[in-house]
Design a binder for this molecule. Sequence first.
Ligand code: M6R
Length: 607
Amino acid sequence: MCGIIGAIAQRNVVPILIEGLKALEYRGYDSAGIAIIEKGEVRRVRAKGKLVALEEELAKGSCESPMGIGHTRWATHGVPSVNNAHPHACGDFVLVHNGIIENHQLLKRDQSQHHFESETDSEVIVHLLNDLSGQCDGDLFDLVQKGIQKLQGSYALAVMRTTESDSVVVARHGSPLVIGLGVGENFIASDVLALLPVTSRFIYLEDGDVARISTHSIEIVNAEGQKVDREVKESTLEVGCTTRGEYRHFMLKEIFEQPVVIGEALEGRLSNIKVLDPMLLGASGTKIIELTKRVQIVACGTSYHAGLTAKYWFEQWARIPCEVDIASELRYRKPVVSDGTLLVVISQSGETADTLAVLNEAKSMGYVHSMAICNVPESSMVRGADVSLLTRAGPEVGVASTKAFTTQLVVLAMLAVSLGRRFELTSDFEENVVNQLKQLPSAVSQVLALDGRISILAQTLVHKHHALFLGRGPGYPVAMEAALKLKEISYIHAEAYAAGELKHGPLALVDEDMPVIAVMPDDDLLDKVQSNLSEVRARGGRLLVLTDHDHLEEDEYTTVLNIGTVPKLMRPVVFSVALQLLAYHVAVLRGTDVDRPRNLAKSVTVE
Ligand code: M6R
């Protein structure tokens, strides 16, 4: 939700800001802007729409400076417009902000002398700094430390002042912020990806930190105002890890990366017969699962669907009691936490506000231990959890989560086994799961080979307004994930139902214009799903059935997509890949912006 960037150097930083904003565009893309200080004055260039609109604005004249800040926005307060685009300015100050200032209305009441040019919550911060500068002494660093005392909510912000052209000041509370270290130049951004072209050395700020960034120095104080040194970390990510290569969209590239990244997620974590706990969980994780009596999974969106799938594994494979909740619900529902409950948060980004809030409140809610399953090693969740399991999918740029989801499933399957051994999971079963996990990369490649067929099937959905997805057992969360994927990128209204629920209401929707997509693995529930599908056929409904059953006949109502021989316990992974491709091709045929669907952002760092 919004990306911020800043740079201070001995060269023109505007191209660095723009390249960085391109890498941050996944965080929001309804407007963008940059600010520089030129001849002692703030100069802002802002544009509504995607970054390309800002580039067009910049191309109209020259814009160069050794110091600047930039922002790409995902609107929360106020429509996408130039006035609402950051940076916001007042007097000597200019600022970019990611997060939400919850008490902005209260603060605004004290700022009646100011003209507000935007409807954003962020603008109050810049007026606040301007007011403080008239009330007390101190430089920008001091003023930001004072100013943030008055803010409630979450923020990562970067501020410049025309009278102090030797530093940018940043602050972080609840929204991610990194400092990139260069030689005679330094940078800040919401995400390391934005700074990879200029550095691989980073400092991850902690909540409450305020930092002064100059060309040759970094000064950091913590929430108590004490000077602190934060560790410098070397990133292993490479420049270009977020380019599309030969693919038309990031989403397609990321779908096709799945055989490789699933292999990465498994790498070193399995023997021939076992999940290797020390490699998967580390020493502290191994100790924690010894104490675990039940599991509470918390997540949002696609990650929530990974959790729902894993619930079947925890319960069916090992009889581990497992609950799964949407983070924004669990957060406010005061759950009764039984003794020995392990809180497992799942998140691609590790920054999703609701999930992070649950993690941060875990101890006070009564969870003794917490675990993060996450794709971003330096994320807030990885740093906040007692133990973390990395999914190793590599940067995921497409807003629609694909490889992050399937690698979450892979890690959850391994966790179910490690934990399950302490419950009722036998060593034979463990060996079976291990074998099937190892078959996954090739099983996924086999599904990817169906891409051509799936793109043809997509044509039958392209003019539809609605779609119904059905599944039972672990096929149900797979259907939920498929419906989310389709609606998110094609804008076709899609819903998922447990197939057994069809006759309790949704059957009323079925006619020839309501395509029904069934997830029908060749498992114990196959006959049950078959009967549910007969109910659809009897109402003239059109079915697309995904199955690994070899002898399923097509008829005038039914199209079958056979996805081949599949490692049975890992069906949710393989079926999901086929459904990702289906959603992708429908969206492409409908001409939507697949990687940056309207109204969404990749990283949801606001509540
Ligand atoms: O980063 P997270 O996994 O915590 O994100 C959660 C959701 O915002 C995310 O999965 C979202 O639903 C995706 N856009 C779905 O494709």
